[in-house]
Structures are given as structure tokens and as C-alpha cells.
Design a binder for this molecule. Structure first.
Ligand code: ZN
Length: 244
């Protein structure tokens, strides 16, 4: 299905949402995924790290990395349920130390060939600074880089990672990539009707949010992202069309 320039892109039939940490997806693209799930999209969430580092603010002093992992993974599963996503895959790489290795790229390529998504949702690996108060997390940059490199050329090229052929995984071409957090977005998804679902999913990450209420920040971001298209609330993407 083709969207005319300026129109909201239609919900893809099969989607893979790839992120570094539990909660990244809910902060960034939860409204879009909830909307697509309602429209019938089949979505799988891929979390590259185990989430064992978390943030200092909300991690009790007596918590260990080992204790934190199952808590955060359960929170991610619950958040996905809230969004209408049935499938979650954890690759269990070390939180805070993600590197763009060929091994990680192979692991993500394997998942793309197994789930065969039409669209991949990921971050923007080129953004180093957001405003002047947030340095983009190195794991976020790596996750986005690896996701894009797995989409092209690894997933669609037969002789890249030939061992995947031996696993019975044929090449697969992803035709759309929705890059969130891009500096010059060109595709906008109205999330007016799913902003409350996004917030509910985000609140499932209790170990990270503590008592903080994300409503004001998330509503403000949605308003800002929708502004250029005069949408009340939106999530904005750079959309790559790889079949045109
Ligand atoms: Zn993160």
C-alpha cells in the first residue's frame, strides 16, 4: 500500500520493533505500535540487552544486576501486552556495553529472517546529541546501527551470514523502516487515540519510573512531534521506502 506524500503511512502487516533496553520502545514509539496493533498488525518486540543496568535514580542500593534482569523483562512483557504486542524476544546482551559486532548483527538478521517483517522500527544511529541536555545513550546508537545494517544488506542478501541458510532461514527484504528520534522526520503517525495506552504501557516499567508520572513529558513530546502537521499528538519518523 502506498501513502501519498504527507499522508499518514498505513499500518504495516508485520512489524519488528528493535530497541536496546526494556522501556525504550514505550518512551518512543508506543503510541504508533498500539495504533498498528489495533489495526491488526502483527508486531514482535526485540530487546537487545537484558536491561541489567537500569538508571541510578530508581534502582535501590541493595539491588543487584542479576535481580534486576527478570524484573525488567517482566515489565517489558507487560508493557507489550498493554500495547497489543504478543511476541517479545530478549537477546540478553550486556546493558551499557552494547557493541556493533558482527555477532549481534547476525543475531538480529536471524530474527528478521525468522519473523519476516514488512517494517522495522528503530532509532536513529546518527544522532549524538538531543538538544543540550541529553547525550544519546551509546546502546541506543548501537541498537539502531545494527538494526539498519541487519535490514540492509544482511537480511536480504543470500550469501551474507550463509550459516543462516543452513538454519533454514531464507533471505528476507524489509520494505519499510520507521526511524524514530530523527532530526528531520518525514512521516507522522497521529497517536491522539493511543496516547493513554502508551502511557499505561510506559507505567509498567515501575522499576525505572518509581513515583515519577510521565504524563506531562510524553504529552509534551507528542504535541511537539505533531506540530508541523497540526496534529494534537504524534510520533514522528524518518521513513525509508526500500522497495521504490
Ligand atoms: Zn534506553
Amino acid at each position: 500500500m502506498l501513502a501519498r506524500r504527507g499522508e499518514e503511512p498505513p499500518a504495516p502487516a508485520r512489524v519488528m520493533s528493535i530497541h536496546a533496553h526494556p522501556d525504550d520502545q514505550e518512551f518512543t514509539v508506543g503510541g504508533t505500535l498500539a495504533k498498528w496493533a489495533r489495526a491488526g498488525s502483527e508486531i514482535v518486540t526485540v530487546c537487545l540487552t537484558s536491561g541489567s543496568a537500569g538508571s541510578n535514580d530508581s534502582t535501590p542500593a541493595d539491588m543487584t544486576r542479576e535481580q534486576l534482569v527478570p524484573i525488567r523483562q517482566e515489565e517489558q512483557r507487560r508493557a507489550c501486552q498493554v500495547l497489543g504486542i504478543k511476541d517479545v524476544v530478549f537477546l540478553d546482551y550486556q546493558d551499557g556495553a552494547l557493541e556493533p559486532t558482527l555477532g549481534l548483527r547476525r543475531d538480529v538478521t536471524r530474527l528478521i529472517r525468522r519473523y519476516r517483517p514488512d517494517a522495522v522500527v528503530c532509532g536513529d544511529p546518527t544522532v549524538r546529541f538531543y538538544g543540550n541536555r541529553y547525550l544519546n545513550h551509546p546502546d541506543h546508537r548501537v541498537a539502531a546501527d545494527v538494526a539498519l545494517d541487519a535490514v540492509f544488506p544482511s537480511a536480504e542478501t543470500r550469501f551474507i551470514f550463509p550459516e543462516l541458510l543452513d538454519e533454514g532461514l531464507a533471505p528476507h527484504k524489509v520494505t519499510r523502516v520507521f526511524v524514530h528520534g530523527a532530526e528531520r522526520p518525514d512521516a507522522f503517525v497521529s497517536v491522539r487515540d493511543t496516547l493513554d495506552v502508551k502511557l499505561a504501557a510506559l507505567r509498567e516499567h515501575r522499576s525505572q519510573l518509581g513515583d515519577w508520572d510521565p504524563t506531562e513529558m510524553i504529552t509534551g513530546w507528542a504535541r511537539l512531534q505533531g506540530k508541523v502537521r497540526r496534529l494534537v499528538a504524534a510520533e514522528a519518523f524518518r521513513m525509508m521506502r526500500l522497495d521504490q
